[in-house]
Design a protein around this ligand. Structure first.
Ligand code: AMP
Ligand code: MG
Length: 416
């Protein structure tokens, strides 16, 4: 028996226990690469990014209006000032501004020395071309955006492990950063096992079905922005399985299979895995799902998912997606859980955690509600396709009545 092998054949593990066991073992891949800003979208930062100058770089106006010095202000008394020049965004005012004077200023334009307060245009009148009358007096320093309001020199503003969003690209651009260091992409290989499986384009003989898991797994991986190695359908044949495992492990950071891990499957699938890797065969107290093989195959992580199409998606979502996120270098990896009120009776037997396919909606009063997305069976894709969330019903609980609050995982990476 390989070291670390932890058969729990008769023991059911909880979903969170399995999540913790999987995630706690995983380290982020080492490789990093430099990419330009546009290619950094969605990638995981490999190093902290530090501001090299203050942004905004100078005090600038938050309004279109007139800039003047706060010492002109005498309570609420209206003010008449002489307009001596203008500061437009990208066109600074270099002249002097003396007592009793103001300049015209536009949003984003530098607030020059000698003034510190901006009055919005709407609070002024213009008796003639050279004079303004301030009718509503602003507070001293009003409408001036200070240098360094957003970032100050030396500040870490994006931390390693952050997945770069459109906002982050803008954030980096404010610092003039053209390239960033990101974690390299993961390589993930997957294949389906089963003598009954045919690929699209082949003819179905009696008892055959098309291999659909390969497509859900493809889509889930694609949405995780990993490099994908699709190895097709592998027959329930000792040598073919062994070869496939070896090939996959030699090229990929993670290998995912579907089918062949449930009780009653040809024993050599387990046998082969035990021979080639350090794999745990777990029974998880969840529905759909239950059997899951997890461990290492050579240098890659291995996930043996159950065969039923909904089980594949549910177990991928609970275990593979968090694991791959962690491998990518992400900090937050577990699915987000929110509360919603069920508008339907949700049938459940106590025993296992249910991941029911649900439709999460917002009622007119703003309240989040959830309802059943259709027949809850692990071979039925209809409800999975209609769903936009999993309704998570705790293992020990039974059915849920209309109006009760339930845990919901809004889909991420499963909606298009
Ligand atoms: P298994 O875990 O291999 O016993 O498979 C459980 C169920 O899932 C069986 O009904 C299989 O036919 C079905 N199944 C397994 N793999 C796939 C696949 N790749 N695509 C569609 N159905 C599958
Ligand atoms: Mg099978």
């Amino acid at each position: 028996m390989s070291p670390n092998l932890n058969h729990s054949d008769n023991l059911f593990l909880s979903v969170s226990e399995v999540q913790q066991r999987i995630i706690s073992d995983i380290k982020a891949v080492d490789g990093i690469e430099q990419v330009d800003l546009r290619h950094a979208l969605g990638r995981i930062l490999a190093a902290d990014v530090i501001a090299t100058f203050d942004t905004p770089p100078c005090d600038n106006s938050g309004m279109d209006g007139y800039a003047f010095h706060s010492k002109e202000i005498k309570g609420d008394e209206t003010l008449t000032l002489k307009v001596v020049g203008q500061s437009f965004a990208g066109h600074i005012y270099n002249g002097e501004i003396k007592p009793g004077e103001a300049i015209r200023i536009m949003t984003g334009a530098q607030v020059p020395a000698g003034v510190d307060t901006v009055v919005m245009q709407e609070h002024t009148k213009k008796p003639d071309d050279e004079t303004i009358l301030i009718t509503t007096i602003p507070k001293p320093f009003a409408n001036v955006r200070k240098a360094g309001d957003d970032l100050i020199t030396g500040q870490t503003f994006l931390a390693a492990g952050k997945q770069l969003s459109p906002t982050d690209l803008a954030f980096l651009a404010t610092q003039g950063i053209a390239e960033v260091s990101v974690k390299r992409k993961l390589r993930v290989a997957f294949f389906s096992t089963g003598d009954e499986l045919r690929s699209i384009g082949e003819t179905l003989a009696e008892g055959d079905i098309y291999d659909s898991n390969r497509y859900s797994i493809y889509g889930l991986l694609k949405n995780m922005d990993v490099d994908i190695i699709d190895m097709g359908v592998i027959k329930d044949d000792r040598q073919a399985i062994e070869d496939a495992f070896n090939t996959a492990a030699s090229v990929a950071d993670a290998v995912i299979t579907s089918g062949g891990v449930s009780v009653g499957e040809a024993d050599f699938v387990k046998e082969t895995l035990e021979k080639l890797g350090r794999i745990n065969f777990w029974k998880i107290s969840m529905k759909p799902g239950k059997p899951l093989a997890f461990g290492t195959l050579g240098n890659s992580l291995f996930f043996g998912l159950p065969g039923n199409p909904v089980s594949v998606i549910a177990t991928f979502y609970q275990f593979v997606q968090p694991a791959l996120k962690r491998m990518k270098g992400q900090n937050i990896v577990l699915p987000m859980v929110i509360k919603a009120k069920t508008t339907e009776f949700l049938k459940k037997r106590p025993g296992r955690t249910d991941f029911q396919r649900g439709i999460l909606e917002q009622a007119e009063n703003g309240e989040l509600t959830v309802r059943n997305a259709g027949t809850q069976a692990s071979h039925v894709l209809t409800a999975m396709s209609n769903a936009n969330c999993f309704i998570v019903l705790p293992a020990e609980g039974g059915s849920v009545e209309i109006g009760e609050m339930v845990d919901v995982q809004p889909f991420e990476g499963l909606t298009g």
